[in-house]
Design a protein around this ligand. Structure first.
Ligand SMILES: [Zn+2]
Length: 257
């Protein structure tokens, strides 16, 4: 099965899951206030769509479709005291669309809160691969997942790590990214301050922002956990291959060497 065919199939499946989740949840909306708009992307992975934080904050312009080769973990580098995750994400939107950044929407495709809540970030990211932005320049070819908080000296909560692992696994599966522990993918950078435009980059398929840009993001205490997260993501993705009946040749290519 070609990469394109696989992704296309997966996206159709995701869309069906979204519509199924909407209808299933509508009947319990009044009994479960606040959960009515959750979108189920995978077992245990329910995402709050962008409208949950930004229904009145439309993107400032169109955003293209990404050719996803790897996943990139960030943090907001803001306080770990987060009384209102919606307000924090709205603050990120205000900053990223201000004259300081001039991006069309929040830079990240998804956010993960300390209680494990997963939020859609950049508009359209639940449905498909939307091009992201990043401080220091966006080298491209990734989907960005951002932990709410500052993980320079603080470890993300177990709930945040659990949701992050499920989200990374889902995105790896959706975009057919190999997740064995040393897996890499290559691409031609669109330009960051570490990988200038036109340079060939070999990136771990789950990387931290500092691998792409001269930055402290996602914080030392999160960055050192990347190997743990890779190790947790892989068996989830591998199990999904079995359920999806993925062709043995494709499976071995993803599993190799
Ligand atoms: Zn970052």
């Amino acid at each position: 099965m070609s990469r394109r065919a696989f992704v296309g199939t997966t996206l159709v499946g995701a869309a069906l899951a979204v519509s199924g989740a909407s209808s299933a949840l509508s009947s319990t909306a009044t009994a479960n206030v606040g959960a009515a708009n959750l979108v189920r992307l995978a077992d245990g992975l329910d995402v709050r769509p962008r409208a949950e934080w930004g229904a009145d904050l439309a993107p400032k312009g169109p955003m293209g479709r990404e050719d996803v080769r790897f996943l990139l973990v960030h943090h907001t580098a803001t306080s770990n005291h987060i009384p209102d995750q919606r307000q924090l994400i709205r603050n990120v939107f205000a900053f990223h669309t201000s004259s300081a950044k001039r991006w069309n929407d929040v830079a990240y495709n998804f956010f993960v809160g300390p209680d494990g809540t997963v939020w859609e970030g950049r508009a359209g990211s639940i449905d498909g691969p939307v091009i992201a932005d990043a401080s220091g320049g966006n080298q491209g070819f990734s989907q960005l997942v951002c932990l709410l908080g500052n993980f320079s000296t603080t470890v993300p909560t177990p709930a945040a790590q659990h949701s992050l692992v499920l989200l990374l696994a889902h995105l790896a599966q959706r975009y057919e990214l190999s997740t064995w522990k040393d897996a890499t993918n290559s691409f031609i950078s669109r330009g960051s301050n570490r990988w200038s435009a036109g340079s060939t980059v070999e990136a771990r398929t789950i990387s931290g922002h500092r691998d792409m840009t001269y930055t402290a993001c996602p914080g030392d205490s999160a960055y050192v956990l990347l190997d743990d997260w890779r190790a947790q993501v892989h068996p989830i993705v591998a199990a999904s291959w079995t359920r999806s009946g993925l062709q043995p040749a494709v499976r071995s290519a993803l599993e190799a060497p």
